[in-house]
Design a protein around this ligand. Structure first.
Ligand code: ES4
Ligand code: ZN
Length: 326
């Protein structure tokens, strides 16, 4: 269909992408083998068969298992470069990627090993293709605020490479306010901040992200739609929502793509964007997310363009860079 062709061809941005969530089973097994580590699953097929999730936690359990084979700088480079090559072929021109340092430091992989590999791949993509990139360090919310502070301390020598801070992992039971002080410290360092909120968590967590963390953006935000006053606040503050359609489907945030609220978000005047979250686990990269929305929700051409434009204006590019893409 012509809208799907259009979506494939148009220049796109990705604002919500966990680099560890791009770990394809084939590459996972290859790196496991060269690092001489064992995976719980014996074959690519057995692993893929396990990708059926009832909720966020089901997915996170496999996500942390998968990343455990990443040991050396070259592993982080190869992972990141494989992702960048894929999305470059999909006409993605700008990416803002999350990494989860605590998912690696907790297993003894130093912070600098991780960031050096990831950052070198980002630099290579900028040089090779003129892609523009941002790096977002994300705190794991199931861990303590103290652990987040330790992570921030480890990041201090690399702040020139880090554009923003995120908050991810198990949402329920770990409200944004748990990380109030560490996010204030990040803001004081001039970093942008965003937080996963309202994916599984209640509207109250989105309120906290806005009023206590003072986020520059909201990751997911689906459940904000349950609270009219919250919707009004998000619109007034002109905050961008990084929506992830296939993720929402696989994690049962929506039970069917025909029920996805993206059209409603746009109709309410919210700056919704399309993103892939953890594409290796959720069944598709940028173009697949757009295709799924087009097929499932029947978004029209104007809505398609609005989503792509929101991805530019909601990015952390400077105004001049944004203008060059509009
Ligand atoms: C995540 Cl979809 C999602 N939600 C929360 N935390 C995450 N980490 C990686 N993907
Ligand atoms: Zn996410």
């Amino acid at each position: 269909d012509t809208l799907i062709t259009l979506a494939k061809q148009m220049p796109k941005t990705e604002l919500h992408l966990h680099i560890e969530g791009t770990f394809e089973p084939e590459q996972m097994f290859a790196i496991a083998q060269r690092n001489k580590v064992e995976l719980t699953y014996q074959t690519v097929e057995a692993l893929k068969a396990a990708y059926q999730f009832n909720n966020l936690q089901d997915f996170l359990d496999l996500y942390y298992q998968g990343m455990s084979v990443l040991l050396h700088e070259v592993d982080f480079y190869d992972l990141t470069m494989a992702y960048l090559e894929k999305v470059n072929d999909e006409n993605v021109v700008h990416v803002e990627i999350f990494f989860d340092p605590q998912g690696h430091t907790e297993r003894g992989v130093p912070f600098d090993t991780q960031i050096k590999g990831i950052y070198r791949a980002l630099q290579d993509a900028e040089k090779k293709w003129g892609m523009t990139t941002r790096l977002i360090m994300s705190f794991l919310r199931h861990l303590s605020e103290e652990s987040a502070f330790e992570t921030l301390a480890a990041a201090k020598p690399y702040l020139d490479w880090i554009d923003g801070i995120g908050l991810d992992s198990s949402e329920l039971g770990h409200p944004p306010e748990k990380f109030l002080r560490v996010f204030q410290a990040c803001k004081d360092l001039g970093l942008k901040v965003t937080a996963h909120a309202g994916e599984e968590g209640p509207p109250e967590y989105v309120w906290q992200a806005i009023e206590q963390i003072h986020v520059d953006r909201i990751d997911h935000g689906n459940r904000a739609l349950e609270d009219e006053k919250l919707v009004e606040t998000i619109r007034q503050k002109n905050l961008t929502l990084t929506v992830c359609p296939l993720s929402n489907l696989k994690l049962c945030v929506v039970n069917d793509m025909t029920h996805h609220p993206i059209k409603r978000m746009l109709a309410l005047g919210l700056n919704a964007t399309v993103n892939s979250d953890d594409p290796a686990y959720f069944g598709g990269y940028m173009n697949d997310n757009y295709s799924a929305l087009i097929k499932g929700t029947g978004i029209n051409k104007a809505e398609l363009y609005q989503l792509a434009q929101n991805g530019i204006t909601g990015s952390w590019m400077n105004k001049e860079q944004q203008q060059n893409h509009l």
